[in-house]
Design a binder for this molecule. Structure first.
Ligand SMILES: Nc1ncnc2c1ncn2[C@@H]1O[C@H](COP(=O)(O)OP(=O)(O)OP(=O)(O)O)[C@@H](O)[C@H]1O
Length: 747
């Protein structure tokens, strides 16, 4: 029976792949044609060609990305209709649907129907492919009554989910379109507006659900999000590398992935920083400190300033300077933008002195302008203006502030001497992760420098001319695409098709690839997804909210896993401030990663964090209990070496992580030279990786070895949360070696 069912599915699946091949060839042909065409000289022709190339290569990439697991499900409706569900929609030459996109409303029942509420579905079938071959089908029977006798005989059991959960890990997260669970589907399809907070314990699918939500939102709100884009913020670059294939494998390439510290363009955070420094720099009071620090650069001398101009002496009195400052700031509050107003006022004061000396009656308007220009060109005066009101870049401001105890004490009177010492560093020190938000704050308060304004104006003039040409051209492209894609449209897809047209028009008007957008500080996004959202500091949120002015956001996180001392303590506290009455929460309760035997150990740690917190329910048991060995400190390295050796022999093509305290990372790296150890994403390239807890956030491995849990606990104020994170990384096996803290001594 199973063979017959598989053979029947194979026939349909083969037809889908044939159709995919045809479409792919078509896109490839168009791409080749456009690339082969000669461009006739003009800029517009070159930009047209570039737009077409982008259009067809995007289409080609999308069609190629859905090759693996093209079709994964089938719905048999009680009313008699049958649909196959897959990664994209496909139609045959007669407009009959071959495959329905998983994001369409029609496909929703595939994820939502249950035997209690069958939603008009009698059978849900999971189809497993290996390459283009159907290798298995699993059926969920949802409405026995509706199933005919002959159909009953074709039912195939076994849950698709469990088989996918038991698979070996690869160092990259996989998409889960075939096995999205009902509570997850509700979150994925939740409306676009407002802030959705997804709270859930480790392994409940927060990350994977957030990424599928991005794909769903892009598909459903193409017009809006095609223009403004989606930003996904993750905790570190290793994590971003871990998730970076999920969206492309869902056919979505138009999403920007970034860490918080990458949100300030042109600055790369390479220096580590202490938890105390991160806490101090993440506090909301820092916004005021930055404002004070900027004000500290505007000087009013205590004595009159005397300037020698040839034989003349001009005098600037402190109150005149103070008045010019106030007037400038009243006209324009941003420091750099107000500076020209200040300069004009000072020049006016000085010009008046010159005019008075000459005698007003002898000086015409043109002479006044000449005098002013002459004063402006004088090096001495320029130097004075720079001293009284220097133009500042955010980089200059922040580096000077954190390298000068005096300036810091003046701007942040509330900090103790010890706190100031925690953040002070040399002027030329490298950037740290918490600098980005401070630089962004400074950029907001400083405004653009005159040089940047000039560059921008020049760029705007160029873009505006190009845009006019593109707009006209876009309609032509859409027409061509309409003709090329016509056979793909079904009546219920009209809306989405309209969105596609709008998106294509926008792509032409604004052909910047998604990845470039993050590098513009003024970029805003239509939807922002934040993973491990609990780790962001108040200052990070200020920066992030500037990128999401519409407050359409998905925040996923778990307060129990907060490692950062500057992190979130309550969603309500955060969101009542930024999105009052526009935020909602959803919860995920089932742990798909960590088997129940391991969660039992983790649950004790969770209870120690807060007895009121409930661990998520594990969906799997493996029958294997964690191996916990209280090895004494002096025997630890040998024990870890031996354990790594034996784990490596048993994991096959799976992955191993050795999680160690941050303070002992270098020591373990030296002791385990064969285990990849670096703080960049390549640490995930091999079969075994040495990680500290911050680096392991959000990741998962078949086997995890935790070395020295006691030091993990004592390394930070949030040691319990760190230990909880480490314990919940494995999908199969957990080993703990080293002196044991009380919280791990249970039976
Ligand atoms: N419906 C599903 N079908 C198959 N696999 C799933 C499903 N939901 C979650 N998973 C898998 O469970 C694992 C954990 O998911 P994910 O990393 O998104 O959890 P998380 O809640 O973000 O965890 P953490 O907070 O610990 O980082 C992943 O391997 C994910 O692919």
């Amino acid at each position: 029976m199973l063979e017959q069912e598989i053979a029947a599915e194979q026939g349909e699946v083969t037809a889908m792949y044939e159709r995919l091949d045809v479409l792919r060839e078509k896109a490839r042909g168009e791409l080749g044609r456009v690339q082969g065409e000669e461009t006739v000289g003009t800029d517009q022709a070159a930009s047209e060609r570039e737009s077409f190339t982008r259009l067809y290569s995007g289409r080609f990439a999308q069609l190629s990305s859905v090759e693996r697991g093209l079709c994964f499900g089938r719905i048999d409706e009680t009313a008699g209709e049958r649909f196959h569900i897959g990664r994209i929609g496909l139609f045959d030459d007669d407009y009959n649907p071959l495959l329905i996109d998983w994001r369409t409303p029609v496909a929703q029942v595939f994820y939502r129907a249950t035997s209690v509420e069958p939603l008009g579905v009698k059978r849900r079938r999971h189809i497993r492919l290996h390459g283009r071959t159907v290798v298995g089908v699993d059926d969920d029977l949802l409405d026995v009554e509706a199933l005919g006798d002959n159909e009953r005989g074709t039912l195939i059991g076994e849950a698709a989910l469990l088989s996918s959960l038991g698979a070996s890990r690869t160092g990259r997260m996989n998409e889960i379109v075939a096995t999205i669970q009902s509570e997850q589907d509700e979150i994925i399809r939740s409306g676009l507006p407002g802030v959705l907070v997804v709270q859930g314990g480790p392994g409940t699918g927060k990350t994977v659900v957030a990424l599928h939500r991005a794909a769903y939102l892009l598909y459903t709100h193409r017009e809006q999000l095609g223009q403004t884009g989606v930003l996904v913020v993750g905790p570190n670059t290793t994590f971003l590398r871990y998730i970076d294939e999920v969206l492309p494998s869902l056919g979505e390439n138009d999403v920007v992935l970034a860490t918080v510290s990458e949100l300030f363009p042109g600055v790369t955070a390479t220096a580590p920083e202490s938890a105390e420094a991160a806490r101090i720099k993440g506090e909301p009071a820092m916004a005021d400190v930055i404002a004070q620090a900027i004000a500290g650069f505007r000087i009013v001398p205590t004595r009159p300033v005397r300037l020698k101009l040839g034989s003349e002496e001009l005098v600037l009195r402190p109150d005149a300077i103070r008045k010019a400052q106030r007037g400038a700031l009243a006209a324009q509050p941003l420091h750099n933008r107000a500076r020209p107003v200040f300069v004009r006022r000072i020049l006016k004061t000085l010009t008046n002195q010159v005019v008075e000396r000459i005698g007003k009656q002898y000086v015409g308007d043109a002479d006044v302008e000449d005098i002013q220009q002459e004063l402006f060109d004088d090096d001495q005066i320029l130097e004075l203006l720079d001293r009284l009101w220097p133009e500042l870049t955010p980089q200059l401001l922040v580096s000077v502030l954190f390298s000068s105890d005096d300036r810091l004490a003046a701007a942040a009177a509330y900090l103790t001497g010890a706190e100031r010492s925690a953040v002070l560093r040399p002027l030329s020190a490298d950037w740290t992760p918490s600098d980005a938000a401070l630089l962004d704050e400074a950029a907001e308060l400083l405004g653009e420098t005159s040089e940047v304004v000039a560059e921008r104006k020049h760029r705007e003039a160029e873009t505006s001319a190009a845009e006019d040409a593109n707009r006209e051209y876009a309609s032509g492209v859409v027409d061509i695409e309409l003709t090329a894609e016509r056979i793909e449209i079904m009546p219920w897809e009209i809306e989405q098709f309209r969105d596609l047209i709008a998106q294509r028009t926008q792509q032409l008007a604004n052909p910047a690839p998604a990845d470039d957008r993050v590098f513009d500080r003024t970029s805003v996004f239509g939807h922002v997804i934040v993973d491990e959202a609990q780790e962001l500091s108040a200052m990070d949120w200020r920066m992030l909210m500037r990128r999401a002015p519409r407050r359409s956001m998905t925040l996923v996180g778990d307060i129990a896993q907060t490692g950062s001392a500057a992190g979130v303590r309550s969603w309500a506290e955060l969101l009542d401030h930024y999105a009052p009455r526009r935020w909602r929460t959803a919860e995920l309760t089932v742990n798909y990663r960590t088997p129940s035997e391991i969660m039992t150990v983790a649950a004790h740690v969770l209870a120690a964090i807060d007895p009121a917190l409930q661990p998520p329910t594990s969906v799997r048991e493996t029958g294997t209990h964690p191996f916990i060995d209280p090895v004494p400190a002096d025997a630890l390295m040998d024990a870890v070496r031996a354990a790594v050796k034996s784990e490596r022999e048993s994991i096959g093509d799976g992955r191993l992580a050795v999680i160690v305290p941050t303070s002992r990372y270098a020591e373990f790296a030296a002791a385990l030279p064969d285990v990849a150890h670096t703080h960049d994403p390549s640490v995930l390239d091999g079969s075994a990786a040495l990680l500290d807890v911050p680096q392991s956030k959000g990741l998962e491995f078949d086997t995890v070895l935790i070395a020295d849990p006691t030091t993990i606990l004592t390394d930070s104020d949030r040691g319990l949360s760190d230990l909880y994170v480490a314990l919940t990384r494995p999908t199969k096996h957990l080993t703990i070696l080293g002196p044991l803290p009380q919280v791990l001594r249970h039976g």
